[in-house]
Design a protein around this ligand. Sequence first.
Ligand code: ADP
Length: 390
Amino acid sequence: MTVLVINSGSSSIKYQLVDPSSGESIAVGLVERIGESTSHLEHEYDGETYELHERIADHGEGLRLVIDMFNEHGPNLEEAGVQAVGHRVVQGGKYFDKAVIIDDDVQARIEELAPLAPLHNPANLKGIEVARELFDVPNVAVFDTAFFQALPRESATYALDREVAEKYQIRRYGAHGTSHMFVSQKVSELEGRDDLKQIVMHLGNGASVSAVKEGKAVDTSMGLTPLEGLMMGTRTGDIDPAAVFHLARVGGMSIDEIDTLFNKKSGLKGLAGDNDMRAVNQLAADGDDNALEALEVYVHRLLHYIGAYSAVMGGLDVLTFTAGVGENDNLTRAAVIKRLEPFGIKLDEEKNAQRSKEPRVISTEDSTVKVMIVPTNEELSIAQQAVALL
Ligand code: ADP
């Protein structure tokens, strides 16, 4: 039994054939630059990579070519027993607090929510439309916001004029919910406890922190959009909104220019000139002061949220790192945990330096809080949620 997981973007389709019970990723692939003359399809199965370089007009053609790849190079989708197609959907707004089987009504709601995620929901819908046409199994939508849909009102609400906020549906929706849920559940499972106070730090190119108490999300750093919160690869994270007024009035910048500046040219890239943490670490090791400052800001932001969420939850049992930086960068982990020593949180340097793909504890036996690394797996989570619904 398997699930085909699809992450459809504006000009790309990422897919993975997953066995939800073993967690095995059977085949993975990607269609890129859809609609351009340089479109490209890459399909990996059984240790081999198969590529196609030709113009792929639209998502429909892209997904048909993906099915051709499965037919030609394997695995055979019928023999693989595909039970469902699971779609990653970015914005579920006020409607969805869990995964749902997609029907016309669900599709209409995802479309209705497009103004809240103008780059993502329409792209997610393209994948859904084509998959509903091409596959004879249930299609399931798994929302990035669902884990945070039931945030307590004090953390979901912005102190904005009530009427304006309601009219434009401005609240904290959060993002990366599938990852925060997967990781916090894995921690509970490993600890054999469902009463934990947890902080999960998803540090990838996009980065977010969540506070999870007794299995429920009670706070998260991303807000109306994924721009709020931590400093990220190319995003500012928290910034005084008056910087927007200032750049418009004094800098003469348009709203679109400021949007691009905040989302694409800021964060590590804006401060250190590169959005890849490995490159920034290297620059810092070579004594580049901009890179050193970028890392200081990165860690400072994390400390802010760890302090805030410990207070919000009235304590902390487990602090977990995940995603590209969180799973791989022992330097960032050490820089954060060292600063928490006054609270009795202690890093085991040797465990922190070890590389592994397995979930593990990196704090010392006598640390007041357990520090863990839990590799995230959003595709597996989507596949498991899809199967649970069937
Ligand atoms: P996303 O899914 O948000 O694109 P990932 O979770 O894959 O991102 O994380 C990507 C980031 O992880 C890269 O930009 C890079 O900065 C960081 N990363 C990956 N490996 C390492 C490493 N060994 N050391 C430091 N950072 C790393």
